[in-house]
Ligand binder design. Structure first.
Ligand SMILES: Nc1nc2c(ncn2[C@@H]2O[C@H](COP(=O)(O)OP(=O)(O)O)[C@@H](O)[C@H]2O)c(=O)[nH]1
Ligand SMILES: [Mg+2]
Length: 432
């Protein structure tokens, strides 16, 4: 009897010990999980916005968060260094894994980042843009995002943007010499131009900051310290919209197809803002014939073999491009030559014609890409793919009637023609 009850006591003790061990394991796990979200405004896998000025463009393997390790789920198989051949991209609905839009996408990542130039006051307008880019693409890829400003970003801006971006966020303040008048500019002459443009009601004609912005985007964003270790960028502005799912990685598409510059909208530039830009370009072409590509897109820019500029340009508020190309001697020689001529201040040269002319003259035709499947809006123009099936496949929410591509003021038809490309289904009904 005594031996029997001792046995029961032993069973009870074993059971109690077992329960205690289980309780301890579960509880300690919860403590670790909670601790990763104790820094306000941060998300697992992000650096704290208050301290994050470090450079760690990792090609974004950052989807593997602590949480994944603790719950011992299989680690997402993505990041730099994986063999692309093992992870073919789904480019059409017929390709396997086309419909796999949940979770983090397996496969290689490019050394790439989103980049946004913004003021603190742009916070809610850029929040809208980020949310759409994340929902339509980046939540599955977790690429980094670099924010640049001529003033320090405030904590609100950092907190809100970091909470929305799925990759790492970095915040950079632009050096004075990249956001000011170069010494050779005659201040009196530049002032008179602004006054005259104000009278003629030319958009942003009297603005100094807009001119610094255009010069910065033309010549300096790609050589900011935070951008130096990346190979590709995707420019995102406040208040833009993405209307369709992006099923594949456009950075990887650029890399694998040797594309250096891309666009979704093109149009004619306001003549009043660039009266002498083409003269400067012709001077550059004469001084640097070595930088002009043989199979270039001069026919996109000029209807008379280069004598006159037809004002066509790619709209640079959307760009996915190669940073190494912008940092090349060809592009930097081009920018330096234009900058010396002073038109960023004596006129109001925009970064869109500057990038576009450079791409059209110094890249081979097939290094420039039109992303028909990235549907996009920046006031006041929309790129919405023609072709009902494509829009349904991509779950687009744009009104096809808003598509600007085939209207008279767009240059996209010209791009198609000079490249011998077949226009997409439904284009001919959209010409007016
Ligand atoms: N930090 C900073 N960003 C600016 C300034 N002016 C314009 N930007 C940014 O530069 C980009 C182009 O400016 P935006 O006002 O959109 O010009 P628009 O698209 O040509 O009408 C946007 O990303 C703006 O947030 C400025 O003075 N400071
Ligand atoms: Mg804009």
């Amino acid at each position: 009897m005594a031996a029997g009850s001792a046995r029961y006591v032993r069973y009870i003790l074993f059971a109690f010990f077992g329960l205690a061990v289980i309780y301890f394991i579960t509880n300690s796990d919860r403590v670790v999980d909670t601790s990763k979200s104790t820094v306000p405004g941060t998300v697992p896998g992000h650096t704290s916005p208050a301290t994050d000025h470090a450079q760690s463009p990792s090609g974004s393997g950052s989807g593997a968060t602590k949480g994944d390790e603790k719950t011992s789920k299989p680690k997402p198989n993505h990041g730099p260094g994986l063999d692309p051949a093992d992870y073919p991209m789904a480019m059409t609905p017929n390709d396997p894994s086309w419909n796999d839009l949940s979770g983090i996408k397996d496969g290689p990542r490019m050394n790439a980042t989103f980049v946004t130039l913004a003021r603190n006051s742009d916070i809610w307008d850029i929040a809208r843009s980020i949310r759409q880019v994340e929902d339509r693409f980046n939540r599955r890829y977790n690429y980094d995002w670099v924010f640049l400003n001529d003033k320090p970003f405030d904590d609100d801006f950092k907190r809100v943007t970091s909470s929305l971006v799925s990759g790492k966020t970095h915040y950079g303040e632009i050096a004075k010499e990249h956001w000011s008048f170069p010494p050779h500019i005659d201040q009196e002459k530049a002032k008179k131009v602004r006054e005259d443009m104000a009278q003629r009601k030319i958009i942003y004609g009297d603005s100094i900051s807009y001119r610094h912005m255009c010069r910065f985007e033309s010549g300096f964003f790609f050589r900011q310290p935070l951008m130096m270790n990346y190979d590709y960028y995707w420019r995102v502005e406040p208040s833009v919209e993405l209307f369709c799912d992006v099923h594949y990685d456009p950075f990887r598409f650029m890399h694998e197809n040797n594309k250096k510059y891309s666009f979704v909208l093109s149009l004619y530039e306001y003549v009043e803002t660039i009266p002498t830009l083409w003269d400067s370009v012709k001077k550059f072409m004469k001084n640097h014939p070595e930088h002009i590509a043989e199979d270039n897109s001069m026919a996109f820019l000029s209807d008379d073999g280069g004598d006159n500029y037809n004002h066509c340009h790619f709209w640079s508020n959307f760009e996915i491009g190669s940073l190494n190309w912008l940092r090349s001697k060809a592009y930097t020689d081009f920018f330096e030559s234009l900058d010396q001529d002073g038109g960023f201040f004596y006129e109001r040269w925009g970064d869109a014609p500057v990038h576009s002319i450079a791409a059209a003259l110094m890249l081979k035709k097939d290094e420039i890409h039109f992303f028909n499947d990235i549907a996009y809006y920046h006031v006041p123009f929309t790129h919405c793919p023609t072709g009902e099936k494509l829009r349904a496949d991509l779950k687009c929410h744009c009104n096809p009637k808003d598509n600007f591509d085939w209207k008279g003021y767009s240059c996209t038809a010209r791009y198609f023609e000079i490249n011998g490309l077949e226009k997409p289904e439904g284009w001919s009904g959209q010409q007016d």
